[in-house]
Design a protein around this ligand. Structure first.
Ligand code: UT7
Length: 331
C-alpha cells in the first residue's frame, strides 16, 4: 500500500497586522521588515478563536475539495506549537470533537515549523503499514498568543492560520508520495524556544514577569543554520531519488523569511516562477505555512493532478524535513 496526497485546504483569519501597524507598537520600520524578511502583513485570529477553530475550518476545506466524507477519516494528526491547551487534551482531539468524528486515533506532533512534514511522514508510515486508510493532517497555529508584541526581533515575523491535507491509501505507485526526510539536532534547542510554562520553568508569577511564556529566537544564528541545513537536505532528497530541479513543478518551502527560501531555491537552481511565496502576506505561520501556500496555488488553479511538489521546512528543535510529493486528487 502507498500513501497519496489527495487534497489540501486552508483557513486564513480575516484580521490583518501590517508593518505600518507594527511601527506603532515597537521600534521598527516597514523598510527594515520588508528588506530583512520579505513580510508585509500577517493575519491574526480573533481573541475567542482557538488553534483548533482555525484547524477545523482548514480541515473542512480539505474534505470538501477531496469530496471525502468525514466518516471516512480514520486518523487525525495535528502539528502545532500553539495548542488550545498546554498539556491536554491535544489539539487533534479538539479538532475531532468539533468535526464530530469519534472513535479514531487523534494526536499532535511537536516539531515546530517542520511540523507539517513530520505529520506527513507519520501519516505516510501509518498508511504504508496498513493501519489507516484516510488520514487528516492539520498544521494550525495561533502564534499571536505566544508572540511577545514588545519584542521587535520576533513580533514582526509571525502570523496565524491553518492548513490541512488528506492522505489516503492507494495501490497505484504513480500517485504515491515519493520520499520524505525528517531530522533534528537538539543541540540547538535554545536558538528558538518558548522557555516558560513547561517543567523547566513552570508557569508562575516569575515566569510570566520575565515574559518566558513567549517565543524567543537567536534570529541571525538560526538563519545561518537554516540556510545550510535546508540546502543540504533538499539536495540529498533529490539526489537520492534521481530527481533534478527541472522535474519539480512547485517548490513549496516553509515561509520563514524570503531570504532563506530564495537562498535554498538558488542552491537547487529552481526557476523563480516555481517558488511558491506567501511570506509577504501571511508571515511565518509555523506548521501551517506549507499547506497554506499549497492551498493558495490550488485555489489559483496552478496546482494540477500529477504536479510534483518539493516541500522543505526548518524550525525549533532544531528540526527539519523535506518531501517529494505528487499531487494526486481523486477528481
Ligand atoms: O521558522 C523557523 C525558522 N526561523 C527562521 O529561520 C528565522 C531565521 N532568522 C531570520 O529570519 C532573521 O535572522 C531575522 C529576520 C529574524 C533577523 O534578520 P537579520 O538580518 O538576521 O538581523 P539581525 O538579527 O542580525 O539584526 C540586525 C539589526 C540589529 O541591530 P544592530 O545590533 O545591528 O544595531 C537588530 O537589533 O537589526 C535590528 N533589528 C531590528 N531593527 C528594526 C532586529 N529586529 C528589528 C526590527 N526592526 N524588527
Amino acid at each position: 500500500m502507498y500513501a497519496a496526497f489527495r487534497s489540501v485546504g486552508s483557513y486564513v483569519p480575516e484580521k490583518t497586522l501590517t508593518n505600518k501597524d507594527l511601527e506603532k507598537m515597537v521600534d521598527t520600520s516597514d523598510e527594515w521588515i520588508t528588506k530583512r524578511t520579505g513580510i508585509k502583513t500577517r493575519h491574526i485570529a480573533d481573541e475567542n478563536e482557538t488553534t483548533s477553530d482555525l484547524g477545523v475550518k482548514a480541515a473542512i476545506n480539505a474534505l470538501e475539495r477531496a469530496r471525502i466524507e468525514k466518516s471516512d477519516i480514520d486518523m487525525i494528526i495535528c502539528a502545532t506549537i500553539s495548542p488550545d491547551y498546554l498539556c491536554m487534551p491535544s489539539t487533534a482531539c479538539m479538532i475531532a470533537k468539533k468535526l464530530e468524528i469519534a472513535d479514531i486515533p487523534a494526536f499532535d506532533v511537536s516539531a515546530a515549523c517542520s511540523g507539517f512534514i513530520y505529520a506527513l511522514a507519520t501519516a505516510k508510515s501509518f498508511i504504508e503499514s496498513g493501519m489507516a486508510k484516510n488520514i487528516l493532517i492539520v498544521g494550525a497555529e495561533k502564534l499571536s498568543s505566544i508572540v511577545d508584541y514588545t519584542d521587535r526581533t520576533t513580533c514582526v515575523l509571525f502570523g496565524d492560520g491553518a492548513g490541512a491535507a488528506i492522505i489516503s491509501a492507494t495501490e497505484n505507485k504513480e500517485e504515491a508520495i515519493i520520499d520524505i526526510n525528517i531530522s533534528s539536532d537538539g543541540k540547538y534547542y535554545d536558538f528558538l524556544i518558548t522557555p516558560g510554562c513547561g517543567t523547566k520553568n513552570p508557569c508562575n508569577e516569575e515566569t510570566i514577569k520575565k515574559r518566558l511564556n513567549f517565543i524567543k529566537m537567536k534570529g541571525n544564528e538560526t538563519f545561518k543554520v537554516a540556510v545550510r541545513t535546508l540546502s543540504n537536505d533538499v539536495i540529498e532528497i533529490m539526489k537520492k531519488n534521481s530527481i533534478d530541479s527541472s522535474k519539480i513543478d512547485h517548490f513549496i518551502p516553509h515561509q520563514a523569511n524570503y531570504r532563506i527560501l530564495k537562498a535554498v531555491a538558488d542552491t537547487l537552481n529552481i526557476a523563480d516562477e516555481k517558488i511558491v511565496l506567501t511570506v509577504s502576506k501571511y508571515g511565518n505561520t509555523s506548521s501551517a505555512s506549507i499547506p497554506m501556500a499549497m492551498s493558495d496555488i490550488y485555489k489559483e488553479g496552478k496546482l494540477k493532478k500529477g504536479d510534483l511538489m518539493l516541500l522543505d521546512a526548518f524550525g525549533g528543535g532544531f528540526t527539519w524535513g523535506s518531501a517529494l510529493v505528487p499531487f494526486s486528487p481523486l477528481h
